[in-house]
Design a protein around this ligand. Sequence first.
Ligand SMILES: [Zn+2]
Length: 442
Amino acid sequence: MLATTSHDPGIRGRLLQQMDRLFANDRGLGVLVEYNGRPDMSERDKDLQLAWADALIALHGRNRAASIYSSYASKRRAAEAGTLAPVGSWDNLVLGSTPIPRWQRDLHDFLCVVCGESFPSVLIDHGQDPACCRCARKAEVPTQALPLWMAYSHHRFATPGLRREEVPNGEATVTFTFEGGQTRPYVVGEAGLFYSDLSRLPGLVQKAVRGAAEDLNELRLVIDASVERHGRGFDITAVFSYDSEPEGSDGPPYGFRFVDARMVATHGDLSQPVEYKDVYQLLEAILTALYAPSPVTTSNAPSDPAPPPLPTLPSEPVGEAAAPGSGSPAAPVQAPADEAPIPTSDGGAQAPEPTSSPRASSSGASPTGSGDRSPRSRRLRLALTVLAAWAVCFAGGLLLLDSGDVTAAAASLVLGGASVTGLAMGIGLIRLLRRRFPLMWS
Ligand SMILES: [Zn+2]
């Protein structure tokens, strides 16, 4: 664990607070088949959580974000261990939660404690240790194993982590060139939020970066950027100041710290700039606006309870009522709730009937009486004709043999000849019939 025994508990403490708030409504039971895809969260809540996760990672870097997420998750697991029902059966676990990440190390404790090769999905040993499905099966009975809490955005945070000595090289840096041609790298720090190769803020465009320095260690950075999603957007001017002190007792400089930002909405009439001194409040304003449902769909309930029983039934197309924002696991990420203002056809009524009809019709499909022209029946008729002709000739041969006493050699000669003649006659007969009755044989 990258022990940033922070002399500044504020940074980690405040990030932890954000996670507390962000994951408060996330039951985190995605490891269970029952909750695969999180039907207990609306599409908007899922999108918003992912956007927050990305923003926190851009703001703090992968290492700190992963470290704090990991400690949040283990605290939460410990707190909920007594309240969760056991897995019950290994079949209740989602298989996909145990890929083999092939990490060289696991500084932030994201891997199974037993094998260290897979992502865990259950807690074994009285809710103490996260273990993968494979190891849990060997070590625990399913009625004792607890489902592992992990946030919907878990895999955004999960990362092996940098070793302490690697951090100076692992942190993202920007290089500034000063008058006189002197260049110098700076740890990006919180300014990463507005660098498009580090940040996933929706529609982020970095428009200008200005630096001003009286002292090379106290660089002041001003970034003009814009964000935009689905027609809503903001122009932002954010100010950062460089902190060359390491976060812990040693290590790399903290990097740029957020100072303040002015933000103007580029949508609607809200053109008054708003000033923010707190980066989380800034993010709250940006993300809440960009992921807000459109005004039309206020009726779109966050967790619509009606549809779930229906989709399992019909395999036949019932019509357009299939998925009105029901948040089915198959639905791609892109379609947010605010894009679908069509709650008109609330798919309740139609579903039950189709189950009976397709099944009834599928079994009784083929037996229609007349003019069967399938190639199979034609082949059958051909074979029968040849067989009949052969049988007649063979019977003729037998009769011929029956009349007098002959040797075995002569008998086989006669019967063989009769067979050949029979086959030849059968084929001839078919040719004749084909020519005479082309319809029947075509
Ligand atoms: Zn394991």
